[in-house]
Design a protein around this ligand. Structure first.
Ligand SMILES: Cc1cc2nc3c(=O)[nH]c(=O)nc-3n(C[C@H](O)[C@H](O)[C@H](O)COP(=O)(O)OP(=O)(O)OC[C@H]3O[C@@H](n4cnc5c(N)ncnc54)[C@H](O)[C@@H]3O)c2cc1C
Length: 295
């Protein structure tokens, strides 16, 4: 049943990460709220009924983007809008700006956060395949512990991550390798039935090209599988080959997705498989064109 008002809850506003962690550890049934764009919907649908909400949206500095060597740290409460417009992110990890800009509509992008998005772990979310393809790390903190986990190990399935009930996502860590003389390109693509809707299929492609040949190919698919997956076979099949449209088309047609493909009211598994092959080919070609300067 969808009601306009969420169930009753206590509200506490944390002014530091330490305070938020203490509040989370103090009472069972306590949940963090960041942008509220997914949690409040879940509460109105009575899919979540937290006794206490700890608001982390006002913690100073928690939404900052900061340089770390050649990489970047992105604070958990960084909004999709801020990420989409960040010059630092655009220079180093443009694929993340592309994914942030394609989240929902402007209102959602102005309130919703990267930490909230990955913690919520909607399988159709934009960031999961991108962070997996970028080999990002996610820093978690609780009152008694700190740990860092690879994005590829963070997502466990639909709406499920490795986060413990008393843990917070503090930041996303993106490392950048020094350039090895290759030309790099990227592309995030999302297919949805309406432009501002969640994806039916989404894909993150990152390529490196040297002398016209693939030196690196990473393709991560999302929204059609319970959690994002790197298409390792596809990458291996293209390595060392000419970065041509024909090679890309052929490799995409041979994509093996296994039996876990989501089938729901939006799209059948068969339709999603077809879309995935088309979207992978388009996104790889766009990444190649960006690497070679053709786009
Ligand atoms: C109309 C609409 C369209 C949307 N379209 C898209 C889309 O196309 N693509 C897409 O990716 N997303 C989409 N979203 C979701 C959007 O990205 C949300 O912003 C995001 O899922 C949740 O972020 P939030 O900050 O609002 O989190 P909240 O709603 O505040 O929290 C969500 C969950 O994460 C937990 N949480 C929040 N922050 C943390 C943290 N730092 N550490 C630990 N747990 C935390 C909360 O306890 C809660 O369980 C859409 C949402 C709406 C309403």
């Amino acid at each position: 049943m969808y009601t306009l008002t969420p169930p009753k809850f206590d509200y506490k506003r944390a002014s530091s990460v330490e305070e938020a962690c203490k509040l989370l550890a103090a009472t069972d049934g306590t949940k963090v709220i960041a942008g509220g764009q997914s949690l409040l919907v879940a509460m109105r649908l009575r899919l979540a009924s937290p006794a206490v909400l700890v608001d982390i949206g006002h913690i100073s500095g928690l939404g900052n983007i900061s340089e770390e060597g050649m990489g970047l740290n992105i604070g958990a409460t960084c909004t999709h809008s801020k990420l989409a417009r960040s010059k630092e992110v655009m220079e180093r990890f443009p694929i993340l700006c592309e994914a942030a800009a394609r989240v929902g509509d402007e209102q959602v992008r102005n309130r919703g956060t990267i930490g909230g998005s990955i913690s919520h772990a909607d399988p159709a979310g934009n960031y999961a395949p991108v962070l997996t393809a970028l080999n990002a790390k996610i820093a978690l903190v609780s009152a008694s512990n700190r740990r860092t986990i690879a994005a590829s190990n963070f997502f466990e399935g639909p709406y499920t991550t490795v986060l413990n009930g008393d843990e917070l996502v503090e930041k996303v860590i993106l490392e950048k390798k020094p350039s090895s003389g290759t030309r790099e390109g990227h592309s995030f693509m999302k297919f949805s039935t309406m432009p501002q809707e969640f994806a039916t299929v989404n894909v993150a492609s990152i390529v490196a090209i040297k002398d016209g040949k693939f030196e690196e190919v990473t393709v991560a698919l999302g929204a059609l599988l319970p959690k994002p997956r790197i298409m390792a076979e596809l990458g291996e099949s293209l390595m060392g080959k000419a970065a041509s449209a024909e090679n890309i088309r052929q490799a995409s047609q041979e994509l093996h997705l296994g039996s876990e493909i989501i089938s729901d009211y939006k799209a059948s598994a068969q339709y999603r498989t077809h879309i995935a092959k088309v979207l992978v080919a388009r996104s790889l070609l766009t990444a190649v064109n960006r690497a070679t300067g053709a786009e």
